[in-house]
Design a protein around this ligand. Structure first.
Ligand SMILES: [Zn+2]
Length: 186
């Protein structure tokens, strides 16, 4: 099994257990020493994800996992938390009993769970997921989030990131909104 971190294919199984729908194995890479887990499960019909442009691709739990993992960079979220989240999404999709599912639905499911897990990761995921195409609703989300709970300076710093990506023109326009968000705190 290829190591997701260094690509080496020499890994050792450290733990193996039955889960509800298959077998989960914990592995340790013999080259870089990092741990990862793999799961084997019975494949019935593949679930197809319908993307926004209408293209379809097979659902992979790992895509969910990797997306969430990158949103959780440097956050107090463990690999196990992320695994559990991806498992829950996969299970929930399974219970829907559908052959196809819009990617937006999966994104929404991830965001709901991530929101409960880590607020910063949630905002990051939301911003990546929405690809800044929908800045209005993203800002609304941020404002709701800040109203719900006073943000820490760290969260404030994270939240201000998306607004810095715009040009000088955008910065001036976006500056007012960013300022009003900050104003809520003081
Ligand atoms: Zn490795």
């Amino acid at each position: 099994m290829r190591c997701p971190y260094c690509g080496d294919d020499d890994s050792r199984v450290t733990d193996s257990r039955d889960t509800e729908d298959g077998i989960r194995r914990r592995r340790e890479c013999q080259r870089c020493g990092l741990r990862f887990s793999t799961s084997e499960r019975v494949q019935t019909t593949a679930l197809l994800v319908v993307k926004q442009d209408g293209r379809r691709e097979e659902f992979h739990r790992d895509k969910v996992r990797i997306g969430v993992l990158s949103a959780c960079t440097k956050r107090p979220v463990t690999a196990e938390d992320v695994d559990r989240l991806a498992d829950a999404i996969e299970r929930e999709l399974g219970t829907l009993g559908r052959a196809e599912i819009p990617s937006a639905v999966i994104g929404q499911m991830v965001m709901e769970r991530l929101r409960a897990l880590d607020r910063v990761a949630y905002v990051r995921f939301a911003s990546i997921y929405r690809n800044f195409q929908d800045v209005e609703s993203f800002q609304k989300e941020v404002e709701e989030l800040l109203q719900a709970r006073p943000a820490s300076p760290e969260l404030q710093a994270q939240l201000s990131l998306p607004f810095n990506g715009e040009g000088t023109e955008g910065k001036r326009r976006g500056g007012r909104k960013a300022a009003s968000i900050r104003g809520k705190r003081t």
